[in-house]
Design a protein. Sequence first.
Lengths: 861, 366
Amino acid sequence: MEQQAESYINDIKFAYLSPKMIKEMAKAKVVTPELYDKEGYPVDGGLMDVRLGVIDPGLRCKTDGQRIKDSLGHFGYVELARPVIHISFVALILDLLRCTCRETGELLIPKNKIKGYVDELDAIEAAQGVSERRKRVVELIHVMRATTKSPSGVKQKKITLEKPSTFLEDERRISPIEIRARLERISDDDLPLFGINPEAMRPEWAVLTMLLIPPVTMRPSITLETGERSEDDLTHKLGDIVRINQRLFENINAGAPEIIIEDLWDLLQYHITTFFNNEVPQLPPARHRSGQPLKTITARIKSKEGRIRHNLAGKRTNFSARTVISPDPAIEINEVGVPKIMAMKLTVPERVTQWNMEYLKRFVQKGAKSYPGANYIIRPDGRRKRITDEAKEALLEEIQPGFVVERHLLDGDVALFNRQPSLHRMSMMCHKVRVLPGKTLRMNPSVTIPYNADFDGDEMNLHIPQTEEARAEAEILMQVQTQIVSPRFGLSIVGCHQDAVTGNYVLSKYLTFTRQEAIDLLMIIGVEDFSRLPNKKVISGREVFSVVLPEDFNFVAEPRSKSEQDIENAVVIKNGNFEKGVLDKSQLGAGAGLLLRTLHKKYGADRMVTILGHIFKLGVNTLLKYGFTAAISDTDLSVESDERIRQLLNEAEADVHKMIMEYEQGTLELLPGRSLDETVELKILERLNKARNDTGTIAAENAVKTTGTMLMVQSGGRGNLINVAQMAACVGQQAFRGGRISTGYKGRTLSCFKKGDLGSEARGFIRNSFRSGLKPHETFFMAMTGRDSLMDTALRTPKSGYLYRRLANALQDIKVDYDGTVRDASGKIVQFQYGEDSMDVSKTEGGKFNVKNIIETMGDH
Amino acid sequence: MLPPSIKKEVETYVKENKLTAAKAKKAQETVEREYTYGKVDAGEAVGTIAAESIGEPGTQMTLDTFHFAGVSEMNVTMGLPRLIEVLDARKTISTEMMEVYLHAPYKEGQDIKKIAEKIKETSFREYIKEVNIDVLEAVMTIALDSEKMALVDASPDKLVKILAKSAKGVSFKADGNTIIAKSTSKSDTLKEIYLLKEKIKSIYINGVKGISMVLPVKRDEEFLLVTAGTNYKSILKIDGVDTARTITNNLYEIEALLGIEAARQAIINEIEKVLDNQGIDIDVRHVLLVADTMTMTGKVLGISRYGIVKEKQSVLARASFETPLKHVFSAAMHGELDPLNSVIENVMMNQPVPLGTGIPKLVMKK
């Protein structure tokens, strides 16, 4: 951590290892499958040879003299008794053998013949990859060959592949030795045709004569509780290879019969193949004694759990925490409440200077067990010392400028707060720490929206940045106030919801206070300056609200529609006075309305966060004072309304009945392009939906507007008119896979209906309301659609997740360059101007650059 | 430097509100200052932002939603499946559709049914009222649907010509409103006639190939035709079709006929259509960026392992997406050089990524 990174990797070159290079880079030749001697010390020339690195504490690596963790490990090699084919190159070897002469190694057609196709081949390679290129080369050569002889007159034979890795020439097996010899004869000049760069690879390297042994550190053994050693899968596999290889050597030297040698050779081929890839289709996978397949090299790299996606593209961190979250409206939007127990584990490193030495010593004095203390001291040489009660005094003496003290988390430290799935950048924001009692992480309910969190058991993560650079970036780029305006649509993504919306609605529409009450309310939300509260006996809710607004704030909301009521309810704020209108979700909600966006633009993020905090608390506390409840009686309708709803539904059912009659008689007029069955379904569905909507209108019109339920609906705090209609009037048609419910029993939905009944009731129309109660079959239909929608959600999540992963992968390198163009990683221009006007979405107002507003308010600056 | 649209907006404002020259100048300056402030910062990871902006609401979209394209008779795939289809740049899409706009006087509704009928691909089946087979004579008498024929200006003679062309070994003769078909070969004629009966039903007679359904729709005081199936090229050739506004939802037909810029616009329109339908608010700039990335090479590339990801220069970036071994093997065969200039490889190497604050390469003096 203390070392400045001084070297960077500029680029990485990919190429294959030649046998020569393998021998050069290897530090030990492995000759015996034995691992340890009787004392448990690694055997020389074995797979755990200390020259290949060490995994036991106390041993030193013989190559670099380092101990465990300092020694990265070194490669070794095995000299194979007989060459073996590398399984990943079987297709390449086959193509090469088929296209070149079996004796001279030249191409099977005169070279100039294929020259005209080079452009086409390059195009294929660019579009579809090397394997397609080779396929085309083989095809071309096959077509252009006039004879079965090579240009120099050697007769060719037919070469076939017997999967996985046996090559046949006219039914006779070609040994890997022969294959290697043939591949060696292919000239460098011919290789580019097959998409091979001769500087990176020679084809004969595809037949192994030398096997590289990965370092011990790459396949550490684990010691079980019983003291028994359990080796890594790779070590097992390598042991097999070395053992068979040694036996093969011995047999060859002893002059054993050819058949024994062949068998051993095949076995060696099998072991080496499964060492590289244990999922070759034609081979039985190598298994543990327990029967589970070995995890060899391919499996280690591949897939989500493989090295690339799991370890290289994804990192793990220290100084992080995770626990359940709960709401706390008393802390600010940009704060996070951290339990004390966490604050004592998560630490911040602070470097000792002559100016802060006394300050930091106080933490050390407190020790690790009392808050606020410190856990570790880091000496300038990088050595870490735990602060214990015994060592405390000595450490206090020792501390000097240059030391680092890892002190406990304090109020005001920066932390990154995150909830998965991290779908957008607002899923990980920087908060200021507030150390609190309790055992959960606390957050202001306003920030649940960007995190998409609720408190039904959600857990969230906390990370503490450890360097000045990281802290600065977190504070400047990631703090909640800098993230308030969403880059998705240019509006505030943090806002009020639920109680806060309803509270402000009630406040601005209905309430009046005495001055004393108003002051009370403002005190609760943390406003202490009442100079702007009018000195009157009766103070309206709007006047209370005005106190939290800046004095020079002007805002006129666009009415939602041209109706008289909407114009009346449009918010007008002049010079910080809330003159007219009603606050609801369209102004205060997240991702809606320009009120919050305008505050942000005019007063900046920090001030806007304070104001939003006040507005939020004002709403919640208004409801606390005013009293708020939703009751079943909220959905009671007058007797006449109930009667009208009943009539409407009866009419609809009669209409449906008529349609069914027409359908049965065949007199129903067909919709163009639809069959009779489809037509009747569509028409019934339409009619029933109309009935539901009509009853809903009646319910909405007749419900008492000042009941809790209706206040929530009107303010947008929770629920909508359809919910009300379903509670008061009629639940309506249950849609299932895009139509009425039609599956279940043979010819009917439930056994209580007649077969072929197309009537509204038999096909999932629920005419009861939630208040009047559902009949058994209605409840069942509802459960059906409920489960259908659960299924929909379950199926959608992975689909959209994959789409997102692909989008992120494709677009992650695209950035704005210094010249204003948008470019990808290799510098190709994607757009000449970002979004055709170079505007940053998060600096626009709902995606627009508001010229009118800018000119009208320019006098203010 | 203000973009033309903003410049124009300022000018209109100045004119409409009759600002004084001094005030107009100040307005101009203020707007310019605000614009400069509102520009994207260099190094901003706009690609990631676009991906997040589209990917995040993807979780809220509904699956398997259908949208009625103006008429309840026709369903069009919408929602997440359609979005995936567009971004993948699939060659075959689930519901192909065209909106055919017409010139006057047809757009007022004149002959609209007739045009619809003309465009729709019809086979002989639809013109048959009745088929009678005389078993003794081995003669088939086909009674024609005169109403249907009138719609497409077909006459029995014309039909006979088409039939004769596609069904060999049979003689057709028009007789009033019927067609008489006789096999010209000698043996086994009865069996052949029965086979023929089925065969001629599927003979293509009229309309545009690939258009399986045409519906006249009235939208904003104007009649247009909505079709199921698409054949952009042939439709545009028909008289009375407004070529400027007629559109298909098949990206490749647009690319082939109108070029890559049109395909780019089509991608944008299709994505916006899905987003509007789902009521999801995403700024166009993100959609523009995605469409530009998909079309920057001059051909439409999908956001998939065969499309954009394949075009990446970096071996490790490709390997980290899907099928890592394949990429590494082929890179080694080529002796490829990974310049480590994109995000993911630098994450792998534990180095600063070339985005945002990772771009400046400043090192503190020791």
